[in-house]
Write a new protein. Structure first.
Ligand code: 25A
Ligand code: L14
Length: 346
């Protein structure tokens, strides 16, 4: 993107699991940056990060930090976004927010570029980046939605610990080491719920991501329900989700069952997926090839495999969808939106 007009960019939450990936992508993709501001809490202020060979000092995020900023990329948790994104927008920055703070707010576009980039252009200063599990699912299902329509989705997720930030990554490493050393594992972070109740994630699977809501589903599960409808622009799509944390560092996997509105041809389904932008079909049973979380780490695409016809429902279809939750699920989707906006403003 070198030939574009250069812009001033702020990354809020620059020291976090997502923020660090955003910085790496801005560098790798030659994002047209005039000035880069790296913002975090006071704890990290004064530390330095190398960007394009130059040292950038991390500053504490404050309302005044956004003077002269064109694009502000937020990934410091919902509370910080609620407080600072309106301040940044007021100062003329386009905010792309990775938290759940504004996603369901009317007038705030919720954007996956492969699905609804047109919505992003309607923004009033804030664009929301969807939940990671939702992004990879809707990106993969979009070509099928366009061709056949979708009645219903039933999804179970197998989510990596990095979604809950650096402290959860550290916790998985420490617990694994302790268990292998014959010590009692300490659990202080996961699950992240209302109560200070935590379970070891090492050698385990925890069927709770985020807090429980009144209907018995977790907030993470309800994000998949509500965000899917908003991104696809179709309130009639029925979604039910079960979100499970597993002891994987990065890379969310999903078992997705979808009921299409029209009869489908399995070969056509596979070729629609294979030809969709940002989607890679990895589906060769003769060679035992299917997407694996470990293979998808560091990649920008969404990977789909195990595509097969349901045995009971004539329009039912099963698949396995995997992507790097810190990249397409967060940092890449954010940088991608910014790149597309810059391209359109040329
Ligand atoms: O509210 P939500 O939407 O549910 O989001 C919750 C969390 O999910 C992550 C993100 O965590 C967020 O905090 N997240 C958000 N969107 C995501 C997405 N799409 C997502 N995860 C996946 N997909 P995170 O760990 O990635 O990022 C946290 C960053 O937020 C910065 N931050 C915190 N408070 C801030 C703030 N920035 C500005 N102002 C504030 N008041 C945080 O920066 C981090 O960058 P930091 O300065 O706290 O630096 C972290 C460094 O400091 C150490 N540390 C952390 N906590 C403490 C600490 N040291 C001492 N005491 C502490 N209490 C860390 O080790 C690290 O080195
Ligand atoms: O809503 O803990 O974007 O894995 C996604 C990751 C919330 C936390 C979001 C996790 C975050 C979630």
């Amino acid at each position: 993107m070198e030939n574009q007009m250069k812009v001033n960019v702020a990354v809020v939450g620059a020291t976090g699991a997502v923020g660090q990936q955003i910085i790496r992508l801005l560098e790798e993709r030659n994002f047209p940056i005039a000035q880069l501001k790296l913002l975090a809490s006071g704890r990290s202020a004064g530390k330095t990060v190398t960007f394009n060979g130059q040292e950038v000092v991390i500053e504490e995020a404050k309302p005044e930090s956004f003077e002269g900023i064109h694009y502000a990329l937020f990934s410091a948790g919902g509370a910080i976004s609620k407080q600072l994104a309106p301040e940044a927008a007021k100062r003329g920055a386009v905010c792309i927010d990775n938290t759940s703070a504004f996603r369901m707010e009317e007038g705030v576009p919720l954007v996956v570029p492969e699905v609804n980039m047109d919505a992003a252009h309607q923004h009033k200063g804030i664009i929301a980046n969807p939940n990671c599990s939702t992004i990879q699912m809707v990106a993969a299902l979009k070509p099928l939605y366009d061709r056949y329509g979708i009645d219903r989705i039933i999804v179970s997720t197998y989510q990596a610990v990095s979604g809950a930030g650096q402290s959860a990554i550290n916790e998985l490493v420490d617990q694994t080491r302790d268990i292998l050393d014959g010590k009692e594992p300490q659990a202080n972070i996961l699950p992240v719920g209302k109560l200070p109740v935590h379970y070891p994630i090492a050698f385990n699977a925890i069927p709770q991501i985020d807090v429980f809501t009144d209907n018995g589903f977790t907030f993470e599960e309800m994000k998949m329900v509500n965000e899917t409808k908003k991104i696809m622009g179709d309130e009639s799509i029925q979604v039910a989700a079960t979100c499970v944390r597993i002891p994987v560092m990065s890379g969310h996997s999903e078992s997705v069952y979808v009921e299409l509105k029209e009869d489908y041809d399995l070969d056509e389904v596979k070729s629609l997926i294979a030809n969709a932008p940002g989607i890679v079909l990895v589906d060769n049973l003769d060679e035992q090839k299917y997407p694996l979380a470990a293979d998808c780490v560091g990649k920008l695409d969404v990977f789909v495999g195990r595509v097969r016809r349901d045995l009971t429902h004539p329009r039912g279809l099963h698949m396995w969808i995997v992507s790097d939750n810190l990249l397409k699920g967060a940092a890449w989707n954010t940088v991608q939106i910014a790149e597309e906006l810059i391209k359109a403003n040329q």
